[in-house]
Write a protein that binds this ligand. Sequence first.
Ligand code: NAD
Length: 449
Amino acid sequence: MSEKANVVVVGGGPAGMTAASRVKRFRPDWRVVVFERSRYVSYAPCGIPYFLGGLAKSIEELVHYPVRVFTEERGIEVHTEAEVVEAGEGYVRARFKDGTERTYEWDKLLIATGARPRIPRIPGTELKGVLTLRTLESAEEAKRTLSQAERVAVVGAGYIGLELADNLVRIGKKVILIELLPHVMPTLDYDMTALVENELVRNGVELHLNETVKEATGNGKVEKIVTDKGEYRVDAVFFATGVAPETALAEMLGVKKGITGAVSVDASMSTNKEGVYAAGDVAETVNLVTGKPDWFPLAPVANKMGYVAGASLAGFKETFPGAVGTAITKVFGLEVGRTGLTEERAVKEGFKPVSATITANTRASYYPGSTRMTVKLIADGSTGQLLGAQVVGADGVLARINALSVLVAKRATVREAFFSDLAYAPPFAPVWDPVIVAARVLLGKLAQS
Ligand code: NAD
């Protein structure tokens, strides 16, 4: 005997739960069933480094809403520790914690399976003390391991690697950060990453760039990390080497993937299969600068995709316009923001980029707390369109990168950026905001190009 649901959602992360909640709001009478492999729904994996650094005291603080809110207040049927093991036309088969399995027929299905860590295929990754972060359970395991560790290697200097390095230093660990590329943060241009690298070194992180990890060794538990350049004694190793879309369910259903490897969807979040939708880190979207499909595994994008998918599943018209890859992070005393294309990517996309980088005060120079901020703007030499921006400074980065994100997404020109009506008062900005100064310098360069 199989059960019947109007909507089945696979994946209880922010995208899945936002969608499920919205369907119930539009269609209170529908049976909406969510299957989630882990113990938690509506979790925020972005908080894990801060949990390890002691800023969030318990794992529960990383959960936006407890399951009870979804089941009791919103009328959603939520199954945690329940994995979908089989799926086909109009049905899924779920395996529950007690080992039993049940089939559910659906009218509409949402794939919200997220992304999984991508770790290099090298010997020793199965050793105790070798960790990846994605689920809240993995954070609990990491916290236990760290309580016994002094020297910790972090492999990969992207967002998670840098946030980990910062938080591990905060709790007194010796951090060895190993990155394959010649610079940290591949989502920034090299000239900007130097600022981040100096900050890491200044705060005692042992930074190894251009280094390939070959092996983790140890007797049952990791004791050493071996690279092409050396060997380091460690008590724990984190792999923060990127993520890949979790497309196993999509493959079972024969759903089409796009050029990025994530599930291809239209603006309503519908896949090529009738009644099957995808949202969150598993799905690709349109890059608003290039107009091409792109993949942005970032929480704000995932949540909004869930919002759109919820309306679509309920039979209403809603569209997700695309994104520009805006992100911000904090590395010790530096805030690092980016949006749109890097200069390097702009070249690959066929633009003829012209860029300007300036350093300016963040507030009126006499006002206490004014610090220096570096802003890089990238524009297309032939049209003057703003293609991307990067901002690094001790504070005030969020406001600048958010303004730039909107300008980039709206395909504004550098001239429009220069004339944008940004707010000013001495405690917040100089009268010529660093963004406007950068736009002015870039306008001058464009005039000469
Ligand atoms: P990432 O893609 O940001 O960084 C991965 C890094 O690992 C890159 O620098 C890459 O060059 C390096 N790398 C890859 N293979 C390696 C190897 N074998 N040895 C050494 N280095 C290697 O990925 P992440 O840090 O794992 O984060 C996962 C996802 O979560 C990202 O897509 C990111 O966008 C998102 N995230 C965002 C934020 C934020 O916006 N603040 C925070 C956390 C995570």
